[in-house]
Design a protein around this ligand. Structure first.
Ligand code: PLP
Length: 421
């Protein structure tokens, strides 16, 4: 898992920590570009478009970079769409797939932003607001493949999208409001299995047969990145070939050459980020207990581990020495909260499982790798009143640039209404 720290040498880590301080998120432009190129080379039978699921990491520089490379965008809320627009993304490149019908649709839709209805109720609201429009529909095809139940976004236990048995209702609502359903969308969650992709492509193509105006099938994201030795990174080319074959057979059977869209989040950004922190304290609970390293970061900055028991590769950057020994440690965050642990039992955020690291001292730097996706953007910001973490970009010239400042206590209290207290 050393590869996730390749862009962060010991000396660069030192330099960034002394200039910016810790904790700090660090992103690598070179590997962001490489991932985007890989996604843009996804095999396709006919037309093709890749959207970046911007909830994975919505920092403006990433949006601008991917925009310049030809990616389009998937926004998870009306606010996210506004954020993309404010980064200079043109509205036609933004599609909204949201759990709640956005509050600002009356601004977004006339400007050209696209909408993917995720429930019959959303479709009904959209029909009322914009009769006669083009629209995409998210279908839950009835199968999922998440790495644990909570990231599984297909199948009966998922509320995302319209259950495939309700297609008749979709058609009725569309007819009532003269909506043109031109795109079908499915997104079944984090999976790396080519067989699952083939099956989902097949089931999604079945759904297309009910909608004569559909010209595009969006298969969502969910391309997996191995963060631990036991996991497997999705082979984009293999998955893509099986999807391509499915599109070809569909064209042969129905005479319809569909455009393909994919919508990765994780795959585009996860490998390109590191969270760099400092060891603030080291305590032990005796010979039957554990050695704990306490960091200056925690679940407030990176919540995935606390939420899902997700394991991230961890690297120690010892200061001014070469540790001789390994030691078994439990790594905890700085929040006064029992769940603030970075070394859980995999998939079980409640358990603790010590890991082997070179012997650490207070003041050493420690980094979490593969932290570019769903880390900064999914932080439990400001819990314990810790300010937001700054973000730094390493450009291809190996220089680093601050792209988001560290937050302040003033930021946190600025929304409070003193006058009413
Ligand atoms: C989150 C999300 C994605 C991206 O999922 P990854 O697993 O990060 O690739 C794509 N599409 C939709 C609709 C999403 O909500």
């Amino acid at each position: 898992m050393e590869k996730y720290f390749e862009f962060l040498s010991g000396s660069l880590a030192e330099e960034i920590s002394s200039k910016i301080g810790t904790p700090v998120y660090i992103y690598d432009e070179h590997s962001l570009k490489k991932s985007a190129e890989e996604i843009l080379s996804f095999p396709r039978a006919y037309g093709f478009l890749a959207r970046y699921a911007m909830k994975a990491n919505s920092n403006r520089f990433i949006l601008k970079l991917f925009d310049s490379m030809g990616l389009h965008f998937d926004a998870s809320s009306g606010y996210e769409a506004e954020r993309a627009l404010s980064a200079g993304i043109s509205p036609e490149k933004i599609q909204i797939t949201a759990q709640e019908y956005p509050h600002n649709m009356k601004q977004l839709i006339p400007s050209g932003v696209l909408f993917n209805a995720s429930s019959c109720h959303q479709l009904e609201l959209f029909g009322r607001d914009f009769p006669g429009s083009n629209v995409s529909v998210r279908i839950n095809p009835g199968i999922g493949s998440g790495h644990n139940n909570r990231t599984n976004v297909g199948g009966v236990s998922s509320s995302f999208g319209i259950w495939h048995e309700w297609i008749r209702d979709v058609k009725e609502i569309a007819e009532k409001y003269y909506l043109k359903i031109i795109k079908i969308h499915t997104h079944i969650g984090s999976g790396g299995d080519a067989d699952v992709w083939e099956r989902v492509a097949g089931m999604s193509l079945d759904a297309v047969t009910y909608f004569p105006l559909v010209h595009t099938l969006n298969l969502g994201g969910g391309f997996k990145l191995a963060r631990t030795p036991g996991e497997k990174t999705t082979d984009i080319q293999t998955v893509g070939e099986s999807v391509k074959m499915a599109f070809k057979s569909f064209a042969e059977a129905y005479g319809r050459k569909l455009n393909l869209e994919i919508e990765p989040g994780t795959y585009l950004v996860a490998r390109s980020g590191v969270l760099l922190a400092s060891v603030m304290d080291k305590v032990s609970t005796g010979k039957d207990g554990y050695t704990f390293l306490k960091l200056d970061t925690g679940m407030n900055d990176m919540a995935r581990t606390t939420l899902y028991g997700s394991i991230h590769p961890i690297k120690l950057y010892p200061r001014k020495r070469k540790p001789e020994k390994l030691e078994s440690v439990v790594i905890v965050g700085h929040c006064c909260e029992s769940g603030d642990i970075f070394t859980p039992v995999p998939g079980d955020p409640e358990g603790i499982e010590p890991i082997e690291l070179p012997e650490a001292q207070i003041g050493d730097l420690i980094a979490f790798g593969a932290a570019g996706a769903y880390c900064s953007s999914m932080s439990l910001a400001n819990y314990n009143s810790f300010p937001r973490v700054p973000e730094v970009l390493i450009r291809s010239n190996s220089q680093h640039y601050l792209v988001r400042k560290r937050g302040t206590v003033e930021n946190i209290i600025s929304l409070e209404c003193e006058e009413n207290m």
